[in-house]
Design a protein around this ligand. Structure first.
Ligand code: ZN
Ligand code: ZN
Length: 102
């Protein structure tokens, strides 16, 4: 399972997402009480962001990078949490669609 979440470049910190996510297994959440989740490795892509100003003077930050982290719950479920940046000027997300659960 991969969970994708977007947030504006103004707050390029995934702390909010991880805080909200901590301790929750999306598989167990469907079945009942939450169980402990153990965080795994964090990985970052290394693409160069495209920064530019458009005709109206708006500042764009088109950053296709993502931050991903694996998790394992005490019931043996494995899943990955992936965060993407979104341009605050035009909502560009590098072709990614918002908040997908599968
Ligand atoms: Zn679970
Ligand atoms: Zn933009």
């Amino acid at each position: 399972m991969t969970i994708q979440v977007f947030f504006s470049h103004r707050d390029k910190t995934p702390a909010f997402e991880l805080d909200r996510f901590e301790g929750l297994c999306p598989f167990c959440a469907l079945e009942g009480p939450q169980v402990a989740v153990r965080p795994g490795a964090i990985a970052y892509s290394e693409l160069k962001p495209c920064l530019f100003r458009d005709d109206q003077g708006r500042y764009h930050d088109h950053d296709a990078n993502n931050r991903s982290q694996t998790f394992t719950c005490t019931n043996g479920h494995n899943f990955e949490y992936r965060s993407f940046w979104r341009c605050h000027a035009c909502q560009w997300t590098g072709g990614q669609t918002a908040l997908i659960l599968w």
